[in-house]
Design a protein around this ligand. Structure first.
Ligand code: SF4
Length: 176
């Protein structure tokens, strides 16, 4: 099986969202939120594409799980990943997503990388570094994602305020 940064992100947002995604149910094409995010990514920093590199990476765990990552803006000289978020709040899921990228680079022999998480709406930038406990935690998360993907039971709805901006909202709450 393949695990990407999207799996890592969804794992931290909602297990049900992750389960739906891993079972091939993808509603993101219908989501204005996702469209807005892509637009913001393309328009917030138009000069970036020329300055930074887009890279794709992969690695295989001991259990045979394929890890895949695509970084849009990587500064190879300074060893910094630049990740832009449309969100108007800082989320733990964003942090784990970029830690996953850092770890994937390490697994490909590139050490000493850190990330900046940029929130144009908040006018805030956070620096993110990875620690040894983080690497162990990511290994655990990957195992748990693999288990969830094998499961036939869809986790319950989380009834959170984030549901209203989730691409699966109608699927989860239809008829209410
Ligand atoms: S709408 Fe809520 S419960 Fe449903 S997948 Fe999204 S976050 Fe999870």
């Amino acid at each position: 099986m393949n695990i990407t940064a999207t799996h890592i992100n969804y794992y931290h947002v909602c297990k049900r969202k992750l389960w739906l995604f891993t079972h091939g149910i993808n509603m993101e094409h219908t989501s204005d939120t996702v469209y807005d995010g892509k637009l913001l990514h393309e328009t917030s920093y138009p000069q970036r594409a020329a300055k930074f590199t887009e890279i794709e990476m992969s690695a295989t765990t001991k259990d045979g799980v394929q890890l895949l990552g695509k970084i849009d803006f990587y500064d190879a000289k300074e060893k910094i990943i630049h990740e832009v978020k449309r969100s108007d709040r800082v989320e733990e899921a964003h942090e784990w997503q970029v830690k996953f990228y850092i770890w994937l680079l390490e697994l490909n022999g590139i050490q000493g990388v850190h990330a900046t998480l940029e929130y144009p709406k908040l006018r805030q930038t956070d620096e993110v570094w990875i620690t040894e406990p983080d690497r162990e935690y990511l290994k655990e998360v990957i195992h748990k994602i693999a288990v969830l993907q094998e499961s036939e039971v869809c986790p319950s709805r989380i009834n959170s305020k984030i549901c209203k901006s989730c691409s699966y909202y109608e699927l989860c709450y239809v008829g209410e």
